[in-house]
Design a protein around this ligand. Structure first.
Ligand code: 13P
Length: 285
C-alpha cells in the first residue's frame, strides 16, 4: 500500500528509528527491497533519483509506474519517492504517476533561488497531497578527474548545513523534511566518514522538521544508531546495495550455460540481503 513520507516519518519519530530510502534502477532492485522489507516487517521508501536517468541507466517513464504498482501491491506501507530532482517538470511527472513524495534539490543554487524554487515545488507537491523534502548544504559524491576516471571525494566542511540558515529555509519554504549535510557523502568513501554529531544534534533541535541523511553507504552500525538517536528519521541508501548486486553477478559461475535471468536473480538475492541488513540497523533496536 502506498503512503506518504510524512506518515512514515511520524512512525519513525514515535519509535526512535529511521526509515530506509532505497534507490532503485531496475526490477531486481525493486523486488530485492520490497522482499527485504517484508521479511523484516518494516515500511520502506522506494526511491528513484533523477541522476540515474541522466546517466542513461533507466528512465522514470519506464520504472516509475512499476515502482508505484509494486508498492501498491505490498502489504506494508511503502512510500514512492523522487530523489534529488532538479527540474520542476520532472517533479510534476512523478507526482502525476502517483509518487507519494518528492525531493526538490536546489542545493547547488544560490540560497535565494533555492528558496524560491523549493517554495514552488512545495506548493506543487502539497497540491497532490504528497510530502516534500528539500536540501541545503551540499553533499559531495563521485567526480571525474582529468583522465575521466571516477574518484572519491571527501566532504568539505564548508558545505555543511548551517542550523540557523536551515531553520529559516524550512520556515520560508514549508518543506516537510530536510536533507542535511553533516559529514556523509554519496557513493564510495575514500576514507572512513567522520560525522559531525554535534552539528546533527543542533540541526535536530533547531529545524522543526525531521532530518534526512543521505549517503548511507559505508556508515558504521554504531554511527547509524548515533545518527538516529540524534534525530535522523530517513536514511538514503544505494551504493553498497548496488555493489553487492554487482559482486554477485560478476562472481557468478560461467560454465557456458548461464543465462541472463540466473545472473540477475543472483544479484537480486545479494541486494536483498544487503537491504535487509540495512533495514535491521535502521530499526535501531
Ligand atoms: P549512497 O549511494 O552513498 O548510499 O547514498 C544514497 C543517497 O544518498 C541517495 O540520495
Amino acid at each position: 500500500m502506498i503512503v506518504t513520507l510524512d506518515r512514515l516519518l511520524d512512525i519513525a519519530n514515535a519509535e526512535n528509528k529511521a526509515i530506509g530510502s532505497f534507490n532503485v534502477t531496475g526490477l531486481e532492485q525493486i523486488r530485492a527491497c520490497l522482499e527485504a522489507a517484508e521479511e523484516e516487517n518494516e515500511p520502506i521508501i522506494l526511491a528513484f533519483a533523477q541522476v540515474h536517468e541522466e546517466e542513461g541507466t533507466i528512465d522514470l517513464d519506464t520504472l516509475g509506474p512499476i515502482m508505484v504498482l509494486m508498492a501498491d501491491l505490498s502489504p506494508l506501507p511503502i512510500c514512492v519517492h523522487l530523489d534529488h530532482c532538479v527540474d520542476m517538470g520532472y517533479l510534476k511527472k512523478a507526482l502525476d504517476m502517483g509518487f507519494s513524495s518528492v525531493m526538490f534539490d536546489g542545493s547547488a543554487l544560490p540560497l535565494e533561488e533555492n528558496v524560491a524554487y523549493t517554495k514552488m515545488a512545495v506548493e506543487l507537491a502539497h497540491s497532490y497531497g504528497a510530502t516534500i523534502e528539500g536540501e541545503i548544504g551540499v553533499m559531495s559524491g563521485h567526480t571525474l578527474n582529468n583522465d575521466g576516471v571516477v574518484e572519491d571525494r571527501e566532504q568539505d566542511e564548508n558545505m555543511y548545513t548551517d542550523p540557523v540558515v536551515a531553520r529559516d529555509f524550512v520556515r520560508e519554504t514549508g518543506i516537510d523534511c530536510l536533507a542535511c549535510s553533516f559529514g556523509t557523502v554519496h557513493g564510495l568513501y575514500a576514507t572512513e566518514p567522520k560525522l559531525n554529531f554535534e552539528l546533527l544534534a543542533k540541526l535536530n533541535e533547531t529545524l522543526g522538521v525531521p532530518v534526512v541523511m543521505h549517503g548511507g553507504s559505508g556508515v558504521s552500525e554504531e554511527d547509524f544508531h548515533k545518527c538516529i538517536d540524534n534525530g535522523v528519521r530517513k536514511i538514503n541508501y544505494y551504493t553498497y546495495m548496488a555493489k553487492a548486486g554487482a559482486e554477485a553477478a560478476t562472481s557468478y559461475k560461467n560454465d557456458g550455460k548461464v543465462l541472463f535471468q540466473d545472473v540477475a536473480y543472483a544479484a537480486q538475492l545479494a541486494m536483498k540481503a544487503d537491504a535487509k541488513q540495512a533495514i535491521k540497523i535502521f530499526k535501531n533496536k
